[in-house]
Design a protein around this ligand. Structure first.
Ligand SMILES: C/C=C(\C)C(=O)SCCNC(=O)CCNC(=O)[C@H](O)C(C)(C)COP(=O)(O)OP(=O)(O)OC[C@H]1O[C@@H](n2cnc3c(N)ncnc32)[C@H](O)[C@@H]1OP(=O)(O)O
Length: 712
């Protein structure tokens, strides 16, 4: 609701709809009623609108989308029209986050005040829609088309000070917002409101709009990678040079197009899933969950290993205000890491944050920390050695976490006397940037330990997802079938750039080969050597070239590594790189290597369509997701989707692999395609449809229902 009160001549409307004061139907109704009441009351000469509790309205109620409540009158447009055309000055007083419809409400007001900590913006693009309550028409009238495009297509929030510089906010107020707003409202009483109406202004430099739009188009199309909302936002902004009513009509038309697209619900699903993962449960025992398990307090963290991952994790922990003891046995590496950490932390807070960091070369210095995150090389023997030492030196309550990307947590835990306090915390590189934290539940991990790892994720600003223990966990296990199929495509006739192009056109920031070059082609190679699938000098003795342990195997990635082509770091991998450049250039040497290989093994080169590339790479990945759900490694399909959205660059506008499978491809079609491909390639095991997928197609049922139905 919106609470109505008066303070002398000022009517105050306070939106009260926790947690974020969104514009649910009852709020819209209360605002319209409040405005009418204020208009009617001769004693009222000005109106203040603000939010109660933590924030100014953060936009429309996204939970209403697609339901009757969203279209129930009055809609938001009517509320904003009432504000804009009000005869008495309306002042929006902003604190917290004025987002989406909330920011649009502020723009429809005649004056805007903000506290210094306030932030504002139009993030609708992240929900697959556009600011459809006049945001695409009013914002350019204040800041110009170029800035409006930047703000609306990025969805970024800006701070109060920047809003002031851009002319969005009239004044930044210190102290009590209500008091300040009421006093400001009094000061503008009696002044004409006509020239305060943004809707009646014209767009600055309107004659240059086509030029600006054209310049923005290329960048936006490249960045959007298949998402339709960003460019549709631009089209709406372009219409802001028309008379206001005509621009609003165009905005409404484009909004209707986006609202009815398949991408909007996918992005709204992504929004809620990102938050839903916080309500975790044990994948196989739903009685153990975020409500029943209590985390331990974590104030200090040990990090073992000062390589790329250890360094990134340390930065992340320091940024969150935690005390860190970073252990590295190699002094040179330790010094290098400290320098990099210092440089990476923001200038403003570097010295304060660095004072929270202790470096160590001796394990005994980790004795008092609350949790240790091991981030040494991905090698079981080494990890076991580290865990034995940690178990010996740390206090009994200390939780021991491994940043393994796929090794067996139970095997690591077994070398300690506290397997209940061992957990997997899989960070993604760069660890101080990537939002995903895949937490792994071992067989003996206690609920308290899991709750602590999940809470630590929240503390350090990660999106934490809890999964069970299996090789590669969820993310890398699914990725395995994707990369395997990508190299099989090379055998048949595709070139690395064909595969990458198709996957990037689908929406990934990078295809598998460019990604391989970035992370280092030797990472997978070392893993295959460790598993005995290959050696540093070629296939193990007496191994058929194209098979390992009965499974189809493509040795092309091993051959690449044997040539010393380890990716960007060696200037050559699947592509070549000019010195100092990260641009992947197709390399005749690699193409020849692939061609020779095809000839040697009797593969006949054929042209492979982008559609086949996408299906062959992504369908097995999704299929593995069904296996994972079936085995209870992930509790819900949304957990898998969030892992892929936040850790693997899966395009957000498709909702994530499992959402995409069910809502966009359709399970029946997915099954049919997998059956077709597996009939064509009977020895590609990952193309064999999962029993769960077959079952769901045969019996019906949704992935969402699967997540909420406890298997126990
Ligand atoms: C047409 C369309 C129009 C006019 C629009 O306005 S579209 C909506 C535009 N606004 C947004 O996209 C804002 C979305 N919300 C956020 O960015 C953040 O929630 C926040 C910055 C406002 C607050 O962040 P934080 O403090 O981290 O809190 P959470 O993100 O965890 O959110 C708390 C709970 O509130 C729910 N929520 C948030 N925004 C909305 C909303 N607009 N409608 C409905 N519900 C919303 C969110 O899901 C959390 O719920 P729980 O998970 O706690 O149940």
């Amino acid at each position: 609701m919106a609470e109505y009160s008066t303070l002398g001549s000022v009517a105050v409307l306070q939106v009260n709809n926790p947690p974020v004061n969104s514009f649910s139907h009852h709020v819209r109704q209360a605002l319209v009623d409040g405005l009418e009441r204020a208009q009617r009351d001769p004693a009222v000469r000005s109106i203040v609108i603000m939010g109660k509790g933590r924030t100014f309205p953060a936009g429309a109620d996204i939970r209403e989308f697609g339901s009757g409540a969203a279209v129930k009158m009055p809609n938001l447009l009517m509320v904003l029209q009432a504000v804009d055309t009000c005869q008495k000055p309306v002042v929006s007083a902003i604190h917290g986050t004025a987002l989406g419809g909330g920011f649009e409400l502020a723009l429809a007001s005649h004056y805007r005040l903000a506290v210094p900590s306030a932030r504002m913006g139009l993030p609708e693009v992240h929900l697959g829609i556009l600011p459809g309550a006049g945001g695409t028409q009013r914002l350019p009238r204040v800041v110009g088309v170029k800035t409006a495009i930047q703000m609306i297509t990025s969805g970024q929030h800006i701070k109060a000070q920047q809003a002031l510089s851009l002319g969005i906010v009239d004044k930044i107020v210190q102290g009590d917002l209500l008091k300040e707003a009421v006093s400001f409202a009094r000061s503008v009483e009696g002044r004409p409101v006509e020239d305060r109406r943004i809707s009646q202004k014209t767009v600055p430099e309107a004659d240059k709009v086509d030029e600006v739009v054209e310049a923005a188009r290329k960048t936006i199309l490249r960045k959007a990678r298949g998402a339709i909302a960003p460019m549709t936002c631009v089209q709406a902004i372009q219409a802001s040079v028309l008379p206001f009513e005509a621009g609003m009509a165009r905005e409404a038309e484009l909004m209707a197009f986006l609202m009815t697209s398949w991408q909007a619900p996918a992005q709204q699903y992504a929004f809620f899933s990102e938050r839903e993962v916080r309500r975790w449960s044990h994948p196989r025992d739903k009685r153990i969950n975020f409500k029943t398990a209590k985390p331990r307090v974590v104030k200090s963290v040990g990090v073992v290993g000062a390589g790329t991952m250890g360094m990134g994790i340390t930065i992340n922990l320091l940024q969150a205000g935690l005390k860190v003891v970073m252990l590295e046995v190699n002094k040179k590496q330790l010094d290098k890491a400290v320098n990099t950490i210092k440089k990476t932390l923001s200038q403003k807070s570097a010295s304060q944050k660095m004072s929270q960091l202790t470096t160590a070369m001796d394990y005994s210095q980790l004795r008092d920390v609350d949790i240790v995150i091991e981030a040494v090389f991905e090698n079981m023997r080494l990890k076991k050695e580290v865990f034995r030492k940690l178990d010996a030196v740390t206090k009994p309550q200390t939780i021991l976490a491994s940043n393994t990307s796929g090794l067996n947590i139970d095997e690591i835990a077994a070398v300690t006397k506290r397997p209940d306090k061992v957990v997997g915390t899989h960070f993604f590189a760069p660890a101080n940037v990537m939002r995903l934290l895949e937490n792994i539940y071992g067989r003996q991990t206690s609920p308290e330990t899991v709750a602590t790892a999940m809470q630590l994720g929240v503390t350090i600003g990660k999106v934490g997802v809890l999964v069970g223990n299996c090789p590669g966990f969820v993310g890398n296990r699914m990725l395995g079938s994707y990369t395997a199929e990508a190299v099989f495509l090379l055998e048949e006739g595709a070139e690395p750039q064909d595969v990458d192009r198709a996957i990037e056109e689908f929406g990934f920031p990078m295809g598998p080969f460019r990604m391989g070059d970035l992370s280092g082609t030797d990472i997978g190679w070392k893993g295959r050597i460790a598993k005995g699938l290959t050696t540093e000098h070629g296939p193990p003795p007496a191994t058929p070239a194209l098979y390992r342990r009965g499974n189809r195997y493509c040795p092309l990635p091993d051959m690449l590594c044997m040539k010393g082509r380890l990716g960007q770091k060696t200037g050559a991998g699947w592509y070549r790189y000019e010195p100092g450049s990260r641009t992947a250039l197709p390399d005749p040497v690699v193409l020849q290597m692939i061609q020779d290989y095809r000839q040697e093994h009797g593969f006949k080169k054929r042209t492979i369509s982008s559609q086949e590339i996408v299906e062959r790479c992504l369908y097995p990945l999704i299929n593995e997701g069904f296996h994972i759900l079936d085995e209870g490694i992930a509790a819900r399909s949304l957990d898998i989707d969030v892992i892929y959205l936040f850790g693997y660059g899966w395009p957000r506008h498709t909702g994530g692999p499992m959402y995409y499978a069910e809502r966009v491809i359709g399970l029946e079609k997915l099954l049919c395609s997998l059956e077709t491909y597996s009939a064509r390639y009977p020895d590609h095991a990952h193309l064999q449809p999962s029993p769960l997928l077959r079952n769901m197609v045969a019996k019906g049922g949704s992935l969402a229902a699967l997540g909420t139905d406890s298997k126990l």
